[in-house]
Design a binder for this molecule. Structure first.
Ligand code: ATP
Ligand code: MG
Length: 441
């Protein structure tokens, strides 16, 4: 032990014997010349993620805590991209799990691999499995309970708007094109007649009711009243599109009263679509994802519902469907005011470009979603994807270099303008709960 005065002798470098020539520079230059620079970090608020590799410090993240504190941080949404098996789902799951301790609730509207069910089980949450022969049913036209702060008349309008948005995006996905003006009107009129009739018998409208309304040209024309043109004929394609949801490969699942009630107190709710069957084309899964997320999102409209995460795992599957993107973007616009943060998982940034050609509506929607994510987490990217990623995200050359050399569980976090390389650390219990490699052994 040294005496209180410090280390004795010349090794202490005291006594003014070390003489260096004086040198003056600005703090900007001093910062550049000093080699050991590290980010100060985002602070200790929020969920522990792991280790900030450059600063050798803990890395914590809470999008609501950063709001208003970090410049350019305009929304709580997160985009997570990385090649297969790098630990994207593991990060999303442990983030969700740890958030529950902070009072967040977690919703996973579409889980195409069924890998969130054990997580919900461990937290005491609920999972609904949908698929041929399974008992689970969701009615995407369910009206959410009215929040106390919204007037009854406004709420009726809101529910109608959401239902129309849903029907429009389902039809657009099946038809593979935008709707014509008369088709929009037909959906409008069909929805109104069905809602009026259902209200008369005090039950909730079903997709099957919409399909049969669209399929009755005379009734449609009559309901449309004095409008010019024959609505019934214009609705023919729509009627066939709706039929797919009612009689096609999704028969039953979304055309019956819901078998689960939405419980706002449950810590986690997931919808398992893994048993939907993987036929070559993705349309059935995409339609199911649309219905399931619409059902769940409409239940999340209570502004006093607390802070919530909505996780879209495997969201790259949705990117090719502009109808879906439009619905998702409308939902995201509302979400900040409701205390909802969205987490979207994709493989590569070019998944966003598959939404359409440059300048198309689909592309604009996908780019809008990217702009709506103040936090972007990039896990390893394929070499041929790196330039796309760099240009879409505006990465520096050092960051670009970094994303081609990331290990499993390690990602580049771009939080508004700041960047971090973070190693996600898993607890052994989490590791065994989240293991998706188990099926490979
Ligand atoms: N931070 C980590 N530390 C150690 N192991 C991890 C970590 N993250 C993930 N793993 C392991 O990697 C495996 C694959 O992870 P995960 O399923 O999350 O990958 P993914 O990126 O979601 O893949 P996919 O694109 O196929 O969905 C997990 O089973 C887990 O065992
Ligand atoms: Mg995954």
């Amino acid at each position: 032990l040294y005496p209180a005065g410090g280390r004795p002798g010349p090794a202490s470098a005291r006594g003014n014997r070390l003489k260096l020539p004086a040198h003056r520079m600005t703090t900007a230059i001093a910062a550049g010349a000093y080699p050991f620079l590290a980010e100060g970090g985002l602070g200790a608020e929020g969920v522990y993620i792991g280790r900030d590799v450059h600063a050798e410090a803990s890395f914590c993240f809470d999008p609501f805590a950063l709001y208003g504190r970090v410049e350019g941080f305009t929304n709580p949404n997160v985009l997570l991209a990385g090649v297969i098996g790098q630990g994207k789902s593991a990060l999303a799951k442990s983030f969700a799990l740890r958030s529950v301790a902070f009072g967040y609730r977690v919703y996973v509207p579409c889980d195409p691999k069924g890998e969130w069910t054990p997580v919900a089980g461990a937290l005491g949450g609920t999972s609904v499995a949908l698929g041929p022969g399974l008992p689970g049913r969701l009615n995407p036209l369910d009206a959410a309970p009215r929040p106390a702060s919204v007037a009854q008349s406004d709420w009726v309008g809101e529910v109608r708007k959401r239902r129309l948005l849903l029907l429009g995006s389902l039809a657009r996905t099946v038809l593979g094109r935008d709707l014509l003006p008369m088709e929009h009107t037909a959906l409008d009129v069909a929805l109104d007649t069905v809602v009026t009739r259902a209200a008369g018998s005090a039950r909730t409208p079903l997709l099957g009711d919409i399909a049969s309304a669209l399929n009755s040209p005379d009734r449609l024309d009559e309901a449309a009243g004095l409008m010019s043109g024959r609505l019934g004929d214009a609705a023919r394609d729509l009627a066939h599109a709706m039929r797919r949801l009612v009689h096609g490969d999704l028969a039953g699942m979304f055309d019956a009263p819901s078998t689960v009630a939405f419980d706002p107190n449950s810590p986690m709710l997931t919808i398992d679509l893994s048993r939907l069957g993987g036929s070559g084309d993705d349309t059935a899964l995409v339609l199911a994802m649309t219905c399931a997320s619409a059902w769940m999102e409409s239940a999340l409209t209570d502004p006093r519902g607390g802070r919530r995460w909505i996780v879209y795992d495997e969201a790259w599957r949705l990117m090719r469907h502009p109808g879906l993107l439009a619905r998702m973007q409308a939902q995201w616009k509302l979400s900040r005011g409701l205390g909802i943060a969205n987490l979207m998982v994709i493989h590569r940034l070019s998944d966003l470009l598959t939404a359409g050609d440059a300048g198309s509506r689909g592309r604009a929607l996908a780019e809008g979603l990217l702009a709506d994510c103040s936090t972007r987490i990039i896990y390893r990217q394929e070499t041929d994807q790196i330039l796309t990623a760099a240009s879409l995200l505006g990465l520096t050359s050092v960051e670009t270099e970094a994303i081609s050399h990331l290990n499993r569980g390690r990602g580049l976090w771009k939080v508004a303008g700041r960047s971090f390389v973070v190693q996600h650390l898993l607890h052994p219990h989490e590791l065994s709960l989240f293991d998706t490699d188990a099926r490979m052994h």
